[in-house]
Design a protein around this ligand. Sequence first.
Ligand code: UDX
Ligand code: UDX
Length: 456
Amino acid sequence: MTKCIACIGAGYVGGPTMAMIAMKCPQYNVHVVDVNEARIAAWQTDDLPIYEPGLLDVVKAARGRNLFFSSEIDAAIREAEVVFVSVNTPTKSFGDGAGRAADLQFWEKVARQIVRVATSPKIVVEKSTLPVKTAQTMETILNAAGSRIRFEVISNPEFLAEGTAIQDLLIPDRVLIGSRETPEGIQARQAIVDIYANWVPAEKIVTSNIWSAELSKLVANAFLAQRISSINSISALCEKTEASVLEVARAVGMDSRIGPRFLSASVGFGGSCFRKDILNLVYICESYGLHEVARYWEGVLAMNEYQENRFVRAMIRYMFNTIVDKRIALFGFAFKAETSDTRQSPAIFVARKLLEERAQVVITDPKALENARRDLADATGSAQFTDDPYEAARGAHAIAVMTEWQLYRSLDWERIYASMEKPAFVFDGRNVLNHRELFGIGFNVFPIGSPPLKHF
Ligand code: UDX
Ligand code: UDX
């Protein structure tokens, strides 16, 4: 009999992960379900609800064959032997732990729904990033007195990064599967190993106890974010000296113990995970009385906020301490290139600050304009939006690069310069442009982490 997998939550994590499993494992039927019917409807078309390079091909390879999207959550749960849960777990915005702890209400609702509708034993897999020991709570709910059916909870955190999700799923650095170390737990873990073993080499499938798996996800994201905050802190120092953060990062990253990745100084990190997961880590440490550990990780977030603030302050200072009524073009709004996602994007912070200073902000982005509009719907002042970077720059005093879209490198910068107010400023929040060349054209150029190139 064909095995059935269900996935609750058809977002950035659930959608691509299940599409890959379905493509690689034709022997399983994969049902992806979500409470959001519009999202499900979009997954059934070629206009997918999220932009991710290569995703459509993977979806098309399996959709209708053994990959199905629907809103029939109860039916999907009932039929499945394995239920992945990848609903969102935002930072709590109310009550105890507000602004730090994870809001687990969706997860708990899903767990209760599984208990209510299940008629056979199931393996319930945590895909969402959760605080350590959530599995225990979930086990308690799932196996509460009265329920005759046995549920095993597995932690299988997702390490994919947006923009490279398909590659990350196809050739993962590792797949981590945590379980209880009981015979039933180990058996359930093996069932999940068997799914990934269809395309992931055995040595890359790591098993652990369930708490280690949950914690590893938070720690991996905290370490990645910490590298960015470290290099960003150095970018501030470089701007005061004759050093270039690009040269420092290259020299430091060539140390094989350090490695070259995640050392690009920027206007700040964004995305749905880093901030949330560090806040989570901090909250957990606090709750165990580990205040020094909590302070240490909080520093990573403080540095990120400092970097975003520093960027805007520098813009205002260099533009003669006032930006009232000045047209400023933001190039990029997504939190990184190759995605339409704007969650926690530094561009949101920068745009809001510029609007508060009464600048006229014009936003351009090849994929994220719809989200940008939503993010700024309640902002003071008026923001404009356009697909066309040339249009955004026309009549502007300044351009600020917010996202490292490669297309910004190959624009006709002579043409852009000619269309702008003078003196023309470029603030490169991602160090993607050719600064010397822009300076040669006439721009005043302000990179991250190296001294400004200015004509005055
Ligand atoms: C989410 C979490 O943000 C992250 O912490 C976790 O690691 C994986 O899941 P993502 O896939 O990016 O990441 O979230 P999102 O795109 O918001 O998708 C979650 C989906 O779950 C949404 O489509 C939402 O409609 C759905 N959902 C939420 C349900 O189907 N049921 C619910 O009760 C709540
Ligand atoms: C991250 C983790 O990488 C991934 O493993 C996890 O599953 C989810 O969280 P994601 O948020 O999609 O993935 O993107 P990532 O590539 O990690 O970038 C996060 C942010 O850091 C982006 O805003 C990016 O622009 C920024 N960044 C990244 C830098 O500023 N400098 C760098 O050197 C690298």
